[in-house]
Design a protein around this ligand. Structure first.
Ligand code: HEM
Length: 481
């Protein structure tokens, strides 16, 4: 009773109104919405599904997911509050740890509080250096990528090639040993075994998420346990190498490119801690840059005028492609920004309200009044929908128009978060933007034209850890004769 009164007082004080409720056919468990969501995911159109829900109920509404209260929002001020102003109340550990701890340990991705703060503090200077130092080891790999692309106008799917390239660079950067998958036959160990084991381990995490409180049952799956061991022993081997190098203070460490593990080893030599941190970074890193840059090509292949404009800018500057030259190429940056707006590789995210709180919008007939969010509510924020919000981006919000980035006043202040925002913003953001710009510039320099070879014009989603194009990125390049 007292609690109820306290709620009512808070609601009155802040002028809150309840958000619209999803009209469930099954009001007890909300299975109907669950099923329509699963159907849209398997059909590759979950974004259209979310858009239709926001169109019907408004930018923020409440649903029932197996008896749990789940808010959905695409409202920019609510998303800003969740990620920035109220970030201490909207947490992730309870949502992530049960499913992931057996495999990942505890680290930056799956914890909150002091454990997370400590990890972020360790990673900050490393990523700050990485954005500048990492281009060097991309160069030879991009040479190899260009060598694999046909020059005679025959079709190539860029997505798998880019995935292999970034798997090679991210394993080199994170663990200090590359899986070398881009050019077959160059790996010094059984990369397929490691990657297969990693995928099995991830599937296990998926099962643990579905099992919820019964996640421990999944622990009896010996196949999964073995897969986790394969991944762990690859990482442990690299940790031992890094520790030995550090302790020998050997001169060859200067020859090695900039490696995240080497930097962490300067802070601690606790092997379990190191393994957990590395896995907590590899998980969100895996494939995301590849998908991000592949989406850029997906869009420009369908917008030949953008390619021509890019070529003009890139050919106007024949200096070696480095951090500084990339910074000066504005249109390149605008194309990457615009692509991450329209097809953000992870377009939605989930937080748990760990305290009662107020979100600024979603209540009342027009959704403009604050709403009261009770402790224990899960909030799904769909920032890809926010990136298409005409109230923020104007009537051409759906169009791929890199020119919009020329005017800073046409970019809404809280309306663009492909890398998230606030304390949990992606630590690799600057590094990724530089790498995407680098690849784009190299390919634009190399080829005269790009052409779309996918009969499907629209983006069909494939949901794995991130969202990628189900049909790949099938294009053809030609060179000047
Ligand atoms: C296009 C490429 C990428 C995009 C769009 C992206 C986007 C994101 C987003 C949206 C988050 C927030 C997730 C959340 O709120 O739970 C995130 C977190 C994270 N990302 Fe990235 N990311 C990319 C690449 C990378 C790479 C290459 C790395 C590492 C080498 C990386 C490391 C991380 C880590 C460690 C976190 C967790 C941060 C934390 O919870 O404090 N990301 N990323």
């Amino acid at each position: 009773f007292f609690q109820q009164r306290a709620y009512e007082n808070t609601i009155l004080k802040h002028g809150c109104s309840p958000p619209p409720q999803y009209q469930h056919k099954d009001p007890i468990l909300g299975i109907d919405l669950f099923l329509s969501t699963v159907r849209s995911i398997s059909a590759g159109n979950s974004f259209i599904h979310s858009q239709s829900l926001f169109g019907k109920y408004g930018k923020t509404f409440e649903t029932n997911s197996f008896g749990k209260r789940v808010l959905l929002t695409m409202d920019s001020e609510n998303i800003h509050a969740i990620l920035v102003t109220l970030q201490r109340k909207f947490l992730v550990e309870e949502l992530r740890i049960r499913a992931t701890e057996n495999f990942l340990g505890r680290g930056v991705f799956n914890t909150d509080g002091p454990s997370w703060e400590h990890s972020r503090a360790l990673l900050r200077p490393i990523f700050a250096r990485a954005q500048i130092s990492n281009l060097g080891h991309l160069e030879a790999r991009v040479d190899a990528l260009i060598g694999l692309i046909p020059r005679d106008g025959s079709t190539v799917d860029l997505l798998p090639l880019l995935k292999r390239l970034f798997l090679d660079t991210s394993t080199e950067f994170i663990f200090g040993e590359s899986v070398n998958t881009l050019v077959p036959g160059t790996s010094s160990f059984d990369a397929q075994n490691f990657l297969g084991a990693f995928d099995t381990a991830l599937k296990g995490i998926g099962i643990r998420i579905v099992l919820g409180r019964l996640a421990f049952l999944q622990g009896i799956d010996t196949h999964w346990k073995k897969a986790c061991q394969v991944v762990h022993s690859f990482i442990d081997r690299n940790i031992d190498v890094a520790i030995q190098r550090r302790n020998r203070n050997s001169q060859d460490s200067t020859k090695r490119s900039f490696v995240l593990l080497d930097e962490l080893v300067k802070e601690t030599q606790d092997r379990l801690y190191l393994r957990s941190q590395l896995l907590n970074i590899f998980l969100p890193a895996r494939d995301s840059t590849a998908i991000g840059i592949a989406n850029v090509f997906f869009l420009i292949a369908r917008h030949p005028l953008v390619w021509d404009k890019l070529r003009a800018e890139v050919l106007n500057n024949d200096a070696p492609v480095n951090f500084e030259t990339l910074k000066s190429m504005k249109y390149v940056r605008h194309v990457v920004n615009e692509s991450l707006r329209l097809i953000a590789p992870s377009g939605r995210n989930l937080r748990l309200a760990t305290e009662d709180c107020i979100l600024p919008h979603g209540g009342g007939a027009d959704g403009s009044q604050p709403i009261f969010v009770q402790k224990g509510t899960e909030v799904m924020f769909v920032f890809r929908s926010m990136h298409y919000d005409e109230d923020l981006w104007g009537e051409d919000a759906d169009d791929f128009r890199p020119e919009r980035w020329e005017r800073s006043d046409s970019i809404p202040q809280h309306g663009y978060v492909p890398f998230s925002a606030g304390g949990r913003v992606c630590p690799a953001q600057q590094m990724v933007l530089t790498e995407c710009a680098y690849i784009l510039v190299r390919l634009v320099r190399e080829f005269e034209k790009i052409e779309n070879r996918d009969p499907e014009e629209s983006f069909i989603e494939q949901h794995k850890l991130q969202m990628e194009s189900r049909n790949g990125v099938k294009v053809a390049f030609t060179v000047a004769t």
